[in-house]
Design a protein around this ligand. Structure first.
Ligand code: BG6
Length: 496
């Protein structure tokens, strides 16, 4: 069945940082795909904004070049490409001065169309741009602002940004992107939990032994060294993407998919996280930094080499053991790990069920592995439910095997294009549907959990442990889970 396309009302999307990497690599290709699906209504416009002095035609050519480079669809549909380029306009604005704002104002005109300001800029510019948009009278009742993580580098700085954005835009008009929430399989997690009656009765401490969340990357810091060295894996991945995955696994069923119902439930999870601080950080956290090794198909240098420094205490790998203090999850550990330069790129959530209480088969009790539900977020999106089955054969005894019920979304929906996270998130922001965006209190609650961990690392003076690029992080990460008698899921390794 082909996906149903619901057209969006005409809008003006103003992209600050319109000549930057994020815009060229992600936003314009996502918008071109929506154009190809005929989702736009007339007259929709996309207005790039940056300090550069381009005229409209030169900018259109630059966008076209970027699309030919970064969008597979650009080569397949000339008519859509022409339609898309005809929507593109440009304004040269210096966001730190008064220069260019009158031109942007007259380009936008008095129109009461939906107006979305996308800040594809460095986070330092979020507040100045928002303030200027207010002062220049560009914020209409139908305006909204879209910002990317990082929202601050700790709770205090996130509050400053949120206050400043909130002094110009209503909270319901602020769309904070966590692109993981736009991923198909992340939403499928909600379908799995709340559109099936099978799992929810088992989704608690009585039946679940533990949960694992892994976001593994083979890439290093890829030219983002100066940002990354200030950030590290904890701020770059855990505070946002991993906390969001954890919330979707652990939250109570929301009353509806309405933005606030959903976000209220996620917030409760963040508030229920058992604190990690100086008293327990050494037992519950592991941080690592990659050294030279072999990853991504060849030899690769160390993190220090990648960032061009002789020393750094920044972690490129984190493993954590978390607890969610509520009735549903009391005593169920959540193990999280993420890192750069690991052996494979994949993200998955593993729900480990409890073992059978008694073994009737003629075999040692520990030879019956527990059921495991593996939700593969990327790549090869799908769900596997590992179960015990009888090995075929006439023999007297019963031999059992651990095999998966295996659903690959690519196979189940063969021939249907799946939308990139940005396609979905951009269209949701235009529609004003904030369900897949982070609310201010969620962002601040995530920092409230993360800040004491980083403070503990600083005061304990524990440098990140080295690991060779292309390995699964420091040995201490394996010890973190194995000393509890559990292991990281290695099924992807075997099937690869
Ligand atoms: C970004 C991080 O938010 O997510 C990057 O800043 C990381 O460091 C990226 O590589 C991972 O996203 P994805 O969609 O490739 O898993």
């Amino acid at each position: 069945m082909a996906a149903r396309i619901v057209k969006v009302e005409p809008f003006d999307l103003v992209v600050f940082g319109g000549t930057g990497d994020l815009a060229y690599r992600k936003l314009y290709p996502a918008l071109l795909n929506r154009e190809r699906s005929e989702q736009f209504s007339e007259p929709t416009r996309i207005i790039g904004v940056s300090r550069r002095h381009y005229d409209r035609n030169a900018f259109r050519l630059a966008v076209k070049d970027a699309l030919l480079k970064f969008s597979a669809g650009a080569h397949e549909d000339d008519a859509a490409m022409e339609r898309f380029l005809s929507r593109i306009d440009y304004a040269s604005v210096d966001v730190m001065s008064k220069e260019g704002w009158p031109e942007l104002r007259s380009l936008l005109g008095p129109d009461e169309r939906i107006r979305a300001f996308y800040l594809a800029t460095s986070p330092d510019l979020f507040c100045p741009v928002a303030k200027r948009l207010g002062e220049e009278g560009l914020v209409t009742p139908r305006s909204r602002i879209i910002v990317e993580k990082p929202i601050g580098h700790d709770r205090a700085s996130a509050e400053v940004i949120n206050n400043e954005l909130g002094s110009v835009f209503l909270e319901s008009s602020i769309f904070r992107i966590d692109h993981y929430l736009g991923k198909e399989s992340v939403q499928n997690l909600m379908a799995l939990r709340f559109a099936n009656s099978l799992f929810e009765p088992l989704w608690n401490a009585a039946h679940i032994d533990h949960v694992q969340i892994t976001v593994a990357e083979t890439l290093g810091v890829e030219g983002r060294g100066s940002y990354y060295d200030e950030s590290g894996a904890m701020r770059d991945m855990v505070q946002n993407h991993m906390m969001q995955l954890l919330c979707l696994v652990a939250m109570e069923p929301p009353n509806s998919l309405d933005a606030d119902s959903l976000r209220d439930e996620k917030l409760k999870v963040l508030k229920a996280l058992e604190p990690i601080n100086e008293s327990n950080a050494l037992a519950l956290t592991v941080r690592g930094q990659y050294r030279a090794g072999f990853a991504d198909g060849g030899p690769v240098p160390s993190y220090l080499h990648d960032i061009g420094k002789s020393e750094s205490d920044t972690e490129t790998f984190v493993a954590l053991k978390l607890g969610v203090a509520n009735w549903r999850w009391a005593s169920v550990p959540f193990y999280l790990r993420t890192g750069k330069r690991l052996p494979q790129r994949f993200s998955e959530i593993v729900v480990g069920f409890r073992k059978v209480p008694h073994v009737i088969f003629d075999m040692p009790s520990d030879s019956i592995p527990a059921n495991r539900l593996v939700i593969r977020v990327q790549p090869d999106e799908g769900i596997k439910l590992w179960m015990m089955v009888k090995e075929p054969g006439p023999g007297g005894g019963m031999r059992l095997e651990h095999l998966p019920l295996d659903m690959s979304f690519a196979k189940a929906f063969a021939g249907q294009p799946s939308a990139d996270a940005y396609e979905r998130l951009l269209m949701d922001a235009i529609r004003g549907n904030a369900a897949l965006f982070m609310r201010r209190d969620e962002v601040e609650a995530a920092w409230r959990f993360i800040d004491p961990i980083r403070e503990a690392w600083a005061s304990l003076r524990e440098p990140p442990r080295p690991y060779a690029a292309g390995t699964w992080g420091p040995n201490a990460s394996v010890a973190l889970i194995e000393r509890d008698g559990r292991t990281w899921n290695e099924e992807y390794d075997e099937s690869d």
